[in-house]
Structures are given as C-alpha cells and as structure tokens.
Ligand binder design. Sequence first.
Ligand code: SAM
Ligand code: DTB
Ligand code: SF4
Length: 337
Amino acid sequence: MSETIIRHDWGIEEIEGLLALPFNDLLFRAQTIHREHFDPNQVQISSLLSIKTGRCSEDCGYCSQSAKYDTGLEKERLLPVDEVVEAAQAAKEKGASRFCMGAAWRNPSDTNLERVIEMVTAIRELGMETCLTLGMLSEHQARRLKEAGLDYYNHNLDTSPEFYGEVITTRTFEDRLETLEHVRNAGINVCSGGILGMGESRRDRASMLRELANLPRHPESVPINMLVQVEGTPMFGKDPIDPLEFVRTVAVARILMPRSWVRLSAGRAEMSDEMHALCFLAGANSLFYGERLLTTDNAESDRDLQLFDRLGLTFEQHNELQATEKQCKRRGSEAAA
Ligand code: SAM
Ligand code: DTB
Ligand code: SF4
C-alpha cells in the first residue's frame, strides 16, 4: 500500500483548489486517504460536560458563555469532583471512550487547575481517556496536566487569522498558537479545529485549515464545529453554511491531515442524517455523543445509534490511543515486509 506523504507546507491556493474540486472527485480523494489510515466503518465517540458554566470574561462572538452577551444562560461554579466522575461513569456505560470537560475561563488559575486534575485522575481510574478545554495554558500548567496523565487538550483556532478579529477581540490568534505550542511541547495530544458558518469566506476556511495542517505536527484530533446560533450573541442570525460546503471542508481536513481524527462537533442537531453520512464519507470519524454539548443540545443519542446502525458504523469501546498504537505497529510491519 502506498503511503500518503504527511505534509506541513500547504499553500492557500492549493487548498482552495481542493475545496473547489468537483464534489465526487473531492469525496473520492478524501475517502481514499481515509482508508489508508483508518477503519472506514469505525467512529470514536466522546462525551462532553461543562464543568464551569458562564460568566466568561472573553468576547467570543459565537459563545453563550461570554459575560458580555445576554444569552439567558444559567451560570454554574466549578462542579464538585464526585458529580463530574458520576457523569463520566454514565457516559462510559453508554459507550463513550473519552470524557471531555470544558470550562468557561479565559485561562485556569493554578488553584482551579488542581481541582480539575482531581477530576482527571478519577476519570482515568474508570479506564477512560480524558480531554480538557479550559482556555489558555501556560507552559508550566501544560506540564502539570501531562504529569497528571491528561490525554488530550482542546484549544481551537476557531477561524482564519484574517477573519479572527471579526469574532474575538479579547485574545489574539497568536495567543491560541502559543497555547497549542505549550500543549504540544508538554507531550499532551492536541485537539484543535474551528467553527464554520460564522460568515467567513471559503478562503477563510482554506486559511484556517492551512494553519492547522502547517503546524509542526498535525493535531491528533480536529473538531469541525458548525456554528450553533445562540440568541444574544453577535453571531446570531448569520446565514447558515451550505451543508455541501461543510462536507467539502471536512473532506479537505481529511486530505490535509490524513492521520488525524476529524471530529463532527457542534451543530449536529441541525444536520440531516444524509449530511452526517456524507461527512463520514468525507473522512469524519469521531463525534460528540450524548444529549448535551456544553450549554446547548446535541443530536439525540437514540438518533445517533439508529444512524450508526443504518450506516453499519461501529464504535465499541474504541480507544483512540490504542488504535493509534496499532496503526503505528501496522505501519512498522508493512515497512519491514
Ligand atoms: N473557554 C475555553 C476556550 O474558549 O478555549 C473552552 C471552552 S470553548 C466553549 C471551546 C470551543 O467550543 C470554542 O473554541 C469554539 O470553537 C466551540 N464553540 C463554542 N460555542 C460554540 C457555538 N455556539 N457553536 C459552535 N462552536 C462553539
Ligand atoms: C469543540 O471544538 N466543540 C466542543 C468542544 N470543542 C469543547 C464545544 C461545542 C460547544 C457548542 C456550544 C455549547 O454547547 O455551548
Ligand atoms: Fe469564554 Fe471559551 Fe466562550 Fe470564549 S469560547 S467566551 S473563552 S467560554
């Protein structure tokens, strides 16, 4: 089997060229690459919990949790450890192999980080992978999380550097890259992606993907969110993205980052079964499962299970890290043969 070359030197025109391919050519190319690296009929599922909700100092224009917008959200302080562990146990029983915890912070204080580490430790003891998204991290905080055994850290680029100022003013695109560097240098798996449907252009989508694909190492996980429009935020009322343009963007993410898990994230409640199916064909292979995202509704679990069944997709207690190890071994033995 010929191996796709993993590149980190993509040009913007080249990526725009991929986005503009005839749809069938694009999906064929993405699915071909997908099959070289993954079981095409397997998806990884993670569950999500908001461990600290609302009153955030940042002004992210899409977010229900910013203190700057009146979104009618019920705020919550950092949850007690046992409540979080109970939620993780319930998610495990439903088949989730990874538990992701999100907090509405610009960045965690060192005291809060220790509370969150207690959660990570207890959830690892359940045999689940852990993921956190807590905002910006300093170098020493990233190292502390690595010591505690954290598997993944999610920090999204959100959009292109060019469009970024239209979405967020309280921190910069460079701040985001710096946090990703701290996470990567600490040896934690990186989860980073963005949001589509905020009024960005196709060139912006290409530019965001270029930033992700040209990182020194590709993020292990790339969440592609479709904007969930929250009343009261500046992004409310934007024209939704064309579903086929969303699928194209997923396909190009797969082509640029062949070994990454491409995650269908926010916005699935608004996606048809057919759009889900096209996203899987385009190379999406992981998703958030469970009734809630952080503060908004996710696609219903029963509907997801029925869809997996109709598409012949499996997700049994699949552990991404083990799978990645298996892939490496397989590649090793292919190289030796
Ligand atoms: N406060 C932390 C931060 O911003 O880094 C972590 C939580 S934040 C909610 C995580 C990510 O969720 C954001 O970067 C954004 O990409 C995504 N997100 C938040 N609200 C969203 C929405 N309404 N629609 C789509 N994606 C959203
Ligand atoms: C990501 O890229 N999407 C998730 C996760 N990372 C933490 C968050 C989606 C949030 C959707 C809006 C909400 O529920 O508040
Ligand atoms: Fe705060 Fe994160 Fe929401 Fe931005 S995305 S307002 S940092 S919770």
